[in-house]
Design a protein around this ligand. Sequence first.
Ligand SMILES: Nc1ncnc2c1ncn2[C@@H]1O[C@H](COP(=O)(O)OP(=O)(O)OP(=O)(O)O)[C@@H](O)[C@H]1O
Length: 274
Amino acid sequence: MGSSDCRQSNNARGAVGDISVLRLSKSFGSEPGSQVLALDDVSIDIPTGQFLCIIGPSGCGKTTLLHAIAGFERPSKGEARIDGRMISGPGPDRIVIFQEYGLYPWLTVAENVEFGLRAKGLNAARRAEIVRHYVNLVRLDGFEDRYPHEISGGMKQRVSIARALAPEPAVVLMDEPFAALDSLTRDVLQEEILRIWSVTGQTFVLITHNVDEAIFLGDRVMVMTARPGRIKAVIDVDIARPRDPAMRTHDPRFLAIKDELAAHLRDEVALAAA
Ligand SMILES: Nc1ncnc2c1ncn2[C@@H]1O[C@H](COP(=O)(O)OP(=O)(O)OP(=O)(O)O)[C@@H](O)[C@H]1O
């Protein structure tokens, strides 16, 4: 199965991955005095195939928003929709990739990648074909029979990416997926994720604390305020693709967006710490 086949099969399922968040608020806790307003009146549309990065101070509600889109959290007010349908729980059209790899230690690389396919009613030959494709996509050929404890952290995250993508969800939600990795591995995986996104045509939403990562990856970067999380700014990353990693130090537009983001974040981090 080639990359274009993968994109075709995504389309063939009719899973387009258009997300719409409308006036969404979320509070935690039931006692009036101890309620925490995590998200306040957040609205954003994420069209099919877009790469949106979310950045904001610690505790501002980034994960809560991602979980509302994933269907793990129900909004207190407002709504989130995918392809026009109200999100009321998790579904096969969305997948979350976490910072912790979440691999099954008793399964090999190939078996971990295959795991999400078992519920799809595919025969063993078809599953093996899909596993081969995704193992190749994350460049883990030759490591199919290794167990998680036999591979590096970067490779573990590649496995978790392959496992998440293999069932071909329309939307890929990532919560600081590279935060636990050293900076070199992180740089490599950023390029890998861009390459994968460019061939699959899926909608990607990625939370990060890293301004460079947000600009390098995103079509847009959404900056959130200190809690309660609101949208402070949504900045278009109007830099052509494919993007060269060297742009992070040289490209004037990259550096201008970085300054703009840093200014927004400085204010909010100061508020969060106050
Ligand atoms: N299940 C929960 N019960 C109570 N409070 C919660 C719950 N989940 C999140 N919160 C609170 O909601 C606020 C937002 O949390 P959230 O994890 O979404 O922030 P975040 O921006 O992802 O933070 P970080 O960058 O530190 O990961 C925080 O004050 C957090 O303590």
